[in-house]
Design a protein. Sequence first.
Length: 259
Amino acid sequence: MVNDEREEDALWEEYRTTHNPTLRDKFIRQYMPLVKYVAGKVAVGMPNSVEFDDLVGFGQFGLLDAIEKYDPAKNVKFKTYAVTRIRGAIFDELRQIDWVPRSVRQKSREIEDAITELEARLGRTASDAEIASALGLTEDEYHKEVMKVSGTSVLSLNDVWYAGDDSDNMSIGDSIESPASMNPDVIVEREEVRKIIVQAINELPEKEKMVIVLYYHEDLTFKEIGQVLDVSESRISQLHTKANLRLRAKLTNLRKGIM
């Protein structure tokens, strides 16, 4: 195994020097299953109008980008680096085609704004009952609205906070997935952003926090998380959506406090 890793490191060093197209094709073939894996995770909760093959196609751009920009000297495994690039490319393309119906996007924004305003006023995490009341809904009606916007919330954790220039940015998902990949030369502001994101996650209700950590860090599917928490897959989807909406609201308030 160690020899395999050394061999691969040597190939990456060679590619950085030569940009040999044969080597690039080898990496593409080797890591194509990773693109399909990431596309499969993104596809969960997406409406039927979003084709899996399209997500794979979008992800291929991310893989190519990762191969071109990967630097083995930074002590981050290529797979870890590539997953972030592949997922980012998929979400970039989804934003471009604007696949979310305007009415759903508006409803998502209304819920998020209500949480932002409530938590700024209360100075703590708002309960479902309080959020429902602020929206003029019963709790049951609020939960139904959350399910309606569940497809859009997948994008939430890939919203980017810029730390410095455009080439040095960080998504909420990154901070959960691979904190070990932070390099010693990372600017202080970037580390501060990560702390703020982690703080926001820690303030989530316990079950929502568990869903976020199990999904993004442990890489479990909604079905597997449902088995861990002994609830249905649709309930996990709902908890995931609520967590995302809360995180966006919390980060909006925290960002106002630090920017």
